[in-house]
Each structure stands twice: as C-alpha cells, then as structure tokens.
Design a protein around this ligand. Structure first.
Ligand code: BG6
Length: 478
C-alpha cells in the first residue's frame, strides 16, 4: 500500500463546545448548566465553582462569544475557510433544562435544528459531542451528579431525543468529551466538569471517581447501541484527552512507571473501544480494596456498546519519573510529572511537542485498529492587533503546521487510519481551564476581553487564510 497524501474526503474543520461559545445561558428556556456556575479565573488563579448563581460573581460562559445569536455569521466564515465539518456540542440544558423533565424543551431542539441546517447549507458536516463538560446543574444539586445511577437514564433519554430528532442531519457523534480528565481527580475543576462531582470532597475520592466512570461507561455504551438502532449509518465515538506520558529516562524504573501511568490514561478507551474492563484496572481495585457497584446486565451493555472510532484531543506531551512519584503537577494533575527539557512550553505551561502527536496516533492505532479522529489540537495565546490592524498569529500557524506535518506522517508513512482534523477554538472562545477570553485559539478573532470590554465583532487573523489554503490543498500546502 502506498499513500502519499491524506485521503479524499478527509474531514478538515474546527471545533468548539456549546458552553464556551454560545452564551444565551438563560435564553430559549435553557436551564442552568454546571458551566454556568464557574467563575472566571486566570493562569494560576483557579475558577471557583459556586453554589448556584451568585449576584456578585463573574461568569464568562453566560455571555461567551454569543454564538447563540451570531452563528450564521460565524458559519459563513467557516464556509469561507472551506470547512468540511464543524465540531460542537449540544447543551443538555437547552433540551432538558433540569435534566429530569418528562418532555424536552422545543425551543432548544429548534435552535440546534436551525444550527445544523445552516451548516448543511454549506455542506459542512456537524460533528456532535453529547456532553462536553456540561450537565444540568439541577442533576448535580438534587441527585449528586454522576455518582447517582439515575443520571445514566437521564443521559440516555436526552441522547435518544437528540439522536432521533437529528438523525438525518448529524452522522458523527461522540458521547463524553475528554472523559479521562477526571482521572486527575485531585483537581476539582476536572471532576466537576466531567461528572458534576468534586472528588476531593468525597470520603474516598479515587473509588468515587471509578464509580462515576462506571456509570458513564454504561451510559455511553447504551447510547452507542441506541444510536446504531436509530440510524445504522451513525458513527459514534469516545473522546479522549491524549497526553502521552514519556518515561523521563531509560532507567527501567522510569519506563515501568510511565507504563503504569499510561494505564490510567488508556483505561477509558480500553473500556469504550473493547467493551470490558482491562485486568490491570480490576487488579488495581482489588489491591486498593475498592468496591464499584455494577448491575448484572452491565457487562453485556458494555460489550454491546463499543464505539466506532476514537476521537481525541492533543495539545501536549508530558514526562514522568519514578523518582518524583507522588508529586502532583499543578497544571496537569499528573503524578510524577517532570519538565521535559527537549520541548518548549506555551505561556500556560503546556509542553509543545508535534512529534508526540504522531507517536500518540501510532500508539492508539496499534492498540485498537479503529479509525481515529483528531477533534482538538491548537495553541492558546494572547493575540495582539498590529499597527496595520492585522492580527499576525504566526506562532499559531507554526504550531498547527508542525502538528499537521506529523499527523500526515502518521497517515502516509505509518498507515494510521485518520478520519479528520478539527483544531480547537476555530472561533475565539472562553477558555475551559481558566475562563479567560484572552487565551485564544481561533482563526477568527472575537473582540471581547477579560476586563469586560469589547464589541463581539469578528475579524480574520492571518491564520484564517493560511488554514483556508491548507484545506483547499488537502494538507499539501502548509
Ligand atoms: C480541552 C477541552 O481540554 O482543551 C476544551 O476539551 C478546552 O473544552 C481545550 O477549551 C483547551 O483548553 P483551555 O483551557 O485552553 O481552553
């Protein structure tokens, strides 16, 4: 087999998530989502998870970048760049404002009908995440979030409603965004956004995290099976934050420690792709004395709900050393994390490693032989408007170019089956980890700032035309 180029029909596009772009947090009958109770933070300043909405707190996701009212204008710009697909999520709270209602909210359903129609008008395929760091706040307050098995049924019901409604408009789905973030259960934001649970407030945080995960694995599998019954042409994936943890040295202790650390990252795709728990996880639970509640039918549900593809985000690699075992890194939450002297880092400490992308694609493809889809990759930076009025984001072009080069090698040299590439935050949006506007990823600049100023006006950065050319040449001109 020789393949010199990316396949025809490769899904070039861009990615965002509902709560980071839409705004309109209380419009169209939408309920309060967990993203609506997160205050703004900054690099080194944690976002606070408040109890309900507090009058004197600042919540950037309430307004976000007003995609809810600007989506037609934004989609026209995506079309101008030549997007083949656009990844976003559905805000669960637009469909079921509290999560436990008997019937869905028609205004919310209509909003996504209109949004998908607008995309399809330009032949842009919607790629939809069912839960991207969002769930109804009511389900957290009244039910305890994903600790409670009842939430599985609420999620399956919500997913069934939207998959039936959009079965002729949406083909590509993912269940939970970066489901593995909550493995870093010591970081409150990660647990809260993935499952509505702050693990370190629980008597046994780690055991609780695995219980939550079991519920989400069962929910995801049920949704995959149901989705295939609704429309056999659906492609339904998992979504994993892919951060390879390199051994810091060739000392066998470091190598073994890195492999153990990678188990904690692979667990998520192992269960969702293969349909059963790997032995290393069951043995770990045994050693630690964890009891995870499972129902008799769960093993069969997991087996019958294997995903069709692996969606992944890739921003950085990390390195771990057996000698720093037990230390938790403030940024990533990884234990044993050490700075890799061979790579540089962004202003937010994210280590930039294009080769790590090729390495990760190979590791995942060798492990599963399932199609992969890079649904996030990108460079968060502070953009400045030059004296000529232009936003010259050549650092972003450099980051994306070097990553696309490695992605192409994975496909054309290593033979990895890759469905597409959707860089994160194609439209500037609110940062997830810090809640900032000024940490930007977009090809499209949004005039909105952390001090509250800005008009929400959209403009093209220099990377806009660069990416248009990349897509037009199917990745040949970088
Ligand atoms: C991923 C998330 O973790 O990284 C996105 O899926 C997020 O929601 C993206 O925005 C970039 O992170 P940040 O914190 O720079 O916005």
């Amino acid at each position: 087999m020789t393949q010199h180029q990316l396949p025809k029909g490769f899904l070039w596009g861009g990615a965002v998530a509902a709560h980071q772009v839409e705004g309109g947090w209380n419009q169209g009958g939408k309920g309060i989502s967990i993203a609506d109770v997160l205050t703004g933070g900054a690099h080194g300043v944690d976002r606070v998870i408040t109890d309900n909405i507090q009058q004197d707190s600042y919540y950037p996701n309430h307004q976000a970048v007003e995609f809810y009212s600007h989506y037609k204008q934004d989609i026209a710009l995506f079309a101008e760049m030549g997007f083949k697909c656009f990844r976003t999520s559905i805000a669960w709270t637009r469909i079921f404002p509290n999560g436990d209602e008997a019937t869905p909210n028609e205004a919310g359903l209509q909003f996504y009908d209109d949004l998908f129609d607008e995309l399809l008008k330009y032949n842009i395929e919607p790629v939809i995440t069912l839960s991207h760091f969002e769930m109804p706040w009511h389900l957290v307050k009244e039910y305890g979030g994903w600790k409670n098995r009842q939430v599985v049924d609420f999620f399956v019901k919500y997913s069934e409603v939207v998959m039936r409604r959009y079965q002729h408009k949406v083909k590509y789905w993912m269940t939970f965004n970066e489901i593995n973030n909550q493995r870093d259960y010591k970081v409150p934001l990660f647990g809260y956004c993935c499952s509505g649970v702050i693990f370190n407030q629980e008597p046994n945080p780690e055991e609780c995290m695995y219980q939550v995960l079991h519920h989400q694995f069962v929910a995801s599998a049920q949704v995959v099976k149901l989705g295939h019954a609704i429309n056999p042409a659906f492609k339904i994936g998992c979504m994993i934050a892919t951060i390879p943890l390199y051994p810091f040295s060739c000392n066998p202790d470091d190598v073994m420690y890195a492999q153990e650390a990678m188990h904690h990252r692979f667990l998520f795709s192992d269960v969702q792709v293969r349909g059963y728990y790997p032995a290393y996880a069951l043995l770990e639970w045994q050693r630690k004395g964890f009891h995870i509640d499972m129902q008799p039918q769960d093993a069969e549900i997991l087996r019958e709900g294997c995903v069709d593809y692996i969606g992944l985000s890739y921003y950085m690699s990390n390195a771990v050393s057996a000698h720093t075992k037990g230390n938790t890194d403030a940024i990533t939450g990884f234990e044993g994390n050490v700075v890799n002297p061979y790579v540089k880092a962004s202003d937010w400490g994210w280590q930039i490693d294009p080769v790590g992308l090729r390495y990760s694609l190979n590791i995942l493809y060798e492990r599963y032989q399932k199609p992969l889809f890079i649904v996030e990759n990108g460079f968060g930076a502070i953009d400045k408007i030059g004296t000529d009025g232009k936003i010259n984001d050549d650092y972003r072009i450099e980051y994306l170019k070097t990553h696309i080069e490695q992605m192409k090698k994975a496909v054309t040299y290593d033979g990895v089956e890759l469905m597409g590439y959707t860089p994160w935050g194609c439209l500037d949006c609110v940062s997830f980890t810090t809640g900032q506007y000024d940490k930007r990823y977009g090809f499209i600049y949004v005039d909105k700032h952390d001090d509250g100023t800005g008009t929400m006006e959209r403009s093209k950065k220099v990377s806009f035309d660069w990416y248009r050319q990349v897509i037009a040449s199917n990745g040949e001109i970088l």
